[in-house]
Write a protein that binds this ligand. Sequence first.
Ligand code: TA6
Length: 276
Amino acid sequence: MPRLQLASPDGSTATVYQHGAHISHFQPAGQSPVLWMSQSCVYDGKSPLRGGVPICFPWFGPHAERSELPSHGYARIRPWDVDSITSTDTHTIAVFSMTPNDAELEMFPNTCHVRLTVTLSSALTMALEITNTSDSAFTISTALHSYFEVDDVKNVNITGLENTQYLSKVEGGTYTQDDQPIKFTRETDRVYQNTTTTCLLHDPDKQRQIAIEKTGSKSTVVWNPWIEKSKNMPDFGDDEWPSMCCIETAAAGPDAITIEPGQAHTITAKISAQST
Ligand code: TA6
């Protein structure tokens, strides 16, 4: 499958597949890989890639009315155009874009233009810009669905979402995070709402902290499938769940985005890693 291998002047690297404009690899110079990819990922040019940063658009999760439509929308399962690759003395920038085809417009009948700008230095910044090119407003839910590599998910914790309301897709219902960091003790699938905070993923075993800063997004999704759900995903190894967790920069549920005709909305996520 066609992919871009990017390097920044400081020696950081990233890989982006044309399929879904899917970032599958990010490794800051002198550090271990930050993004996780499944060893069981299916690279057939049709399936979504398991890991890295899938782009969920124009809906997040299952389609609200039509269960036959692809989970997380069409953007991650179709080729994007490579618009440009440029570099400065500190960054390398790659720009991808897509415009929905007839089959995609049948799923979501709103013309739009979607651009992903990937900026690589010792950090990885993703900017997803959605422009409404139609003559009526539309509402989308979307996510930069980032999968992070961890040593053992049972030993990590996430700060930045304390005291924040979330919808739990495992237990059902809405809860409020206490004033403690998030820890993983079972299947976890939470859509934190009305939050603009930076999250920190603390990984003591890797002696690393990953920061996820964001703009234009008021949902943060935290996910680990744990044991049983991992077994039920053919492109996710049964024993892989301890090595990953998702912290997703999203706009979903009550934080979905309405874009007026001719207007655009941009969601950005900046990922960086520091040794601790
Ligand atoms: O972001 C969490 C989530 O919505 C989970 O519910 C789980 O379905 C995950 O996304 C992966 O979805 P996928 O369609 O890629 O298998």
